[in-house]
Design a binder for this molecule. Structure first.
Ligand code: GLU
Length: 412
């Protein structure tokens, strides 16, 4: 069987499947198959040694029927146009699943930030905005952090945007530091939102307190997800970063893992754990497997060997359509990315809203509102899943498609 690793093809495949099940309008489905537009820019940067390096940047604006284009910007050496298009497509559906008034966008720069200085990263961030600013804005396209980007980079980008346009416009970017107009609760929102979904699964009786969890990843999303499920009494037995993972069948101490990573730059060698590879982590005998890094890690090559009962997709696009079929056949429940990790963009909406209305909300209020949105998305999806006797992914696509189609209709 050929492995499908083009994320954009995979994204379309997911929509087509749901489209068949719910007999969605073919014209609508066809419109969703191409982003409204994508932009590719060159970013010349003076490096610390005085030489010039030209970086390549992308922004894909998939659909804005429900609101301004919305989605992160990632810095990664493997970024490419098909990946950014797929990620922008998933944003359109993710925003509709969690019912926030945004469309879908995504950006990226081909760069490995781990080998650059802070100044070089700042120059790339500002350079990206120098080229992209005409297509961004609070009511046009609102970027946010993604893989290897965070509040500092959003700060550079906002500052550059405001310098060029000559206006204060904090709602142009979300995921900012609180001091720069960021929202309380945004930092932990994606992981927290995934934790809300896990709580709902526990409530259905599918898993119980004490269940074991393996998490592939140790970035912002994975860390707050781990914190949230540990608080609920689940046992995180494995974690990993890009270099490899660590395992302890009795559970990993999250605070120790964070301190070890901070001191040594890696998870490997964490006291009381056994080093494992990222590939081994996926095959561990656990109740819940959580891909929380990059796309295409669950494929036809390893899907048959996955022993987890439940997969919670905190990464975008970790499961190929072929492996999705294997999971459905084997009774493995997949909580799709467009639901599981939608807490990030939902809270970006709260941040955008506060900026647009000059408000500042308390952390408890933000997390309560987020909790309500996640529960409502989960409940809606479960109803559709029952109605069509289908997977949670298909149900999530059907729910989102109905909402997007309704908003998109008027344009055609
Ligand atoms: N990058 C995150 C995602 O993939 C957040 C996007 C946002 O907040 O706009 O959902």
């Amino acid at each position: 069987m050929k492995n499908q690793t083009n994320p954009f093809k995979n994204a379309i495949d997911q929509l087509e499947k749901a489209g068949k099940i719910a007999e969605l309008d073919q014209n609508f489905l066809d419109r969703m198959k191409t982003p409204d537009r994508y932009i590719e820019v060159s970013i010349p940067v003076t490096m610390d040694n005085g030489s010039q390096h030209i970086f390549q940047g992308f922004r894909s604006q998939h659909n804005n029927s429900c609101g301004p284009y919305k989605g992160g910007i990632r810095f990664h050496h493997d970024v490419n146009l098909d990946e950014v298009r797929a990620l922008s497509f998933w944003m359109t559906f993710k925003c509709a699943v969690v019912n926030v008034p945004f469309g879908g966008g995504k950006g990226g720069v081909i760069v490995d930030p781990k080998i650059l200085s802070e100044k070089e990263i700042e120059n790339i961030s500002r350079g990206y905005i120098k080229k992209m600013y005409p297509v961004l804005g609070p009511e046009m396209d609102v970027p946010a952090p993604d893989v290897n980007t965070g509040e500092k980079i959003m700060g550079y980008m906002l500052d550059e945007y405001e310098k060029i346009t000559g206006k204060k416009a904090p709602a142009t970017f979300t995921g900012k530091a609180i001091a720069n107009g960021g929202s309380e609760g945004r930092m932990e929102a994606t992981g927290f939102g995934g934790g809300v979904v896990v709580r709902e699964i526990i409530n259905t009786g599918l898993i119980s307190v004490g269940a074991t969890v393996a998490i592939q990843g140790f970035g912002n999303v994975a860390t707050y997800f781990a914190e949230s499920v540990i608080k609920q009494g689940l046992k995180v037995v494995a974690l990993s970063d890009s270099k490899g993972g660590v395992y302890n069948e009795n559970g990993i101490d999250l605070a120790l893992a964070l301190a070890h990573k901070k001191n040594t730059g890696t998870l490997s060698g964490l006291a009381g754990t056994k080093n494992i590879t990222n590939a081994e982590l996926l095959l561990l005998s656990v109740d819940i497997l959580v891909p929380s890094a990059l796309e295409n890690v669950l494929t036809s090559e390893n899907a048959e060997q996955i022993s987890a009962k439940i997969i919670v997709e905190m990464a975008n696009g970790p499961t190929t359509p072929e492996s999705d079929e294997i999971f459905a056949k084997n009774g493995v429940i997949v909580i799709p990315d467009i639901l599981a990790n939608s807490g990030g963009v939902a809270t970006s909406y709260f941040e955008w809203y506060q900026n647009m209305n000059s408000e500042k909300w308390q952390r408890e209020d933000v997390l309560k509102k987020l909790d309500d949105l996640m529960v409502s998305a989960w409940n809606n999806i479960v109803v559709i899943k029952e109605k069509y006797k289908t997977t949670l992914r298909n149900a999530a696509y059907i729910l989102a498609s109905e909402r997007i189609e309704e908003a998109d209709k008027i344009k055609h």
